[in-house]
Design a protein around this ligand. Structure first.
Ligand code: SF4
Ligand code: SF4
Length: 368
């Protein structure tokens, strides 16, 4: 047999490569072409007016980024409107900042003014690049989460209606990041002033539902202070809470909705101050609670708004240029902070959980 002319056997067909569906997509594919070309090679940037950043690359390319405030939770109509503006007045590319402002990039100075005019005409204020109150970030709340104790986006709407001037004016000593969180355990981040839900009573258990709805071992494992035990109630398998141990964190409610912790009277709001994520000019800092037990009072949350304004305007008057909220408090000290803001230091601001000795010793309030 002449093997030299025989057809080689076919290699088995390769299985098609499966899409990788986890992780963040590569951002390079979405960048404005000039940002991609000059990535990491910028010579300097300046700020020709509030809301506009001008970047100059070593190659000589220039890019103007125009920043506008949005309502954060956007309907499809608003998203389409912003995309149309990007196509008609910018160069088809946008990006979002960590505080949900939108930025449009253009490569010529003469495109900036018409873009600003259009954005302002459509109700998107062009600001937010200087020392102002940021757009307030909020957690997802009733929109698409299963455990919120308040409508965090509603608190944002009420506050931004009152603080829109401070968003536009850029007259703060430094950036002021505000945030709201609709439960006290999950996705709220650090902020200069944060509004956070605070449960003040242990969950109430509907024993008729627990056996049908909850996977009891998961719920028991979920409690950070081991306050939940399996129990037999009225002949049905259920759970019980050692209320002396419970720290009212709300972690048992997500896996077991019959352990209801939200309560119109006992679910409150607390204000925390002095958090910072960035490394700019100083280390990141953790927030500390300065007001507890404010009523969860929709639709305008006036009690929350009053405290936020008090803290904000005292900071504005008293802080030195470029001091963030945490720097200001660090300089004047906590007793002076309470004195100047007119807030009252109460026992509810002290972390009195028995495992909290380590936290207490790290606190500015008190030391053992
Ligand atoms: S803060 Fe809590 S309740 Fe609000 S969206 Fe995040 S996990 Fe859900
Ligand atoms: S609220 Fe928190 S501390 Fe209390 S029982 Fe539930 S998980 Fe445990």
């Amino acid at each position: 047999m002449n093997t030299a002319t025989a057809t080689p056997p076919k290699a088995p067909a390769k299985a098609p490569r499966r899409a990788i569906e986890c992780g963040v997509p590569d951002n390079q594919q979405y960048l404005h072409p000039l940002l991609k070309k000059n990535y990491g090679d910028w010579r300097y940037h300046d700020r020709p007016r509030p809301g506009v950043l001008h970047h100059v690359a070593h190659s000589g390319d220039e890019v103007w980024s125009v920043r506008a405030g949005t309502q954060r939770q956007m309907d499809v109509g608003t998203v389409r409107k912003l995309c149309d503006i990007a196509d008609q007045y910018a160069e088809g590319h946008v990006r979002f900042t960590i505080r949900s402002n939108i930025e449009f990039m253009v490569s010529a100075a003469d495109k900036v003014a018409p873009l600003i005019q259009k954005l302002e005409a459509e109700g998107f204020p062009v600001v937010g690049t200087g020392n102002s109150v940021s757009m307030i970030s909020h957690t997802q709340g009733w929109l698409h989460c299963d455990i919120p104790g308040t409508d965090a986006s509603g608190v944002v709407k009420a506050l931004m209606d009152e603080l829109i001037t401070e968003f536009k004016q850029e007259e703060m000593p430094n950036r002021v990041h505000l945030s709201t969180s609709c439960c006290e355990i999950n996705c709220g981040g650090q902020a200069d002033i944060a509004i956070i839900v605070q449960h003040t009573k242990p969950p109430k258990i509907n024993h008729d539902l627990v056996a049908n709805v909850c996977e009891r071992p998961s719920v028991v494992a979920r409690c950070p202070v081991a306050a939940i035990r399996p129990a037999l109630v009225n002949g049905k398998p259920s759970l019980e809470v050692d209320e002396a141990k419970c720290i009212c964190c709300g972690a048992c409610y997500p896996p077991c909705p019959p352990m209801q912790i939200n309560d119109p009277e006992h679910s409150k709001l607390a204000i925390w101050v002095g958090g910072k994520n960035s490394n700019a000019r100083g280390k990141p800092t953790f927030m500390k609670m300065v007001v507890s037990g404010l009523p969860n009072n929709p639709p305008r949350w006036p009690e929350v708004s009053e405290v936020v304004r008090k803290i904000l305007y005292t900071y504005k008057e008293d802080a030195r240029s470029w001091e963030r909220m945490a720097d200001w408090i660090e300089r004047i000290g906590w007793p002076r902070f309470f004195e100047k803001t007119g807030l009252t230091f109460t026992k509810y601001l002290i972390d009195d959980w028995r495992g909290a000795r380590v936290n207490l010793n790290a606190s500015t309030h008190i030391r053992f």
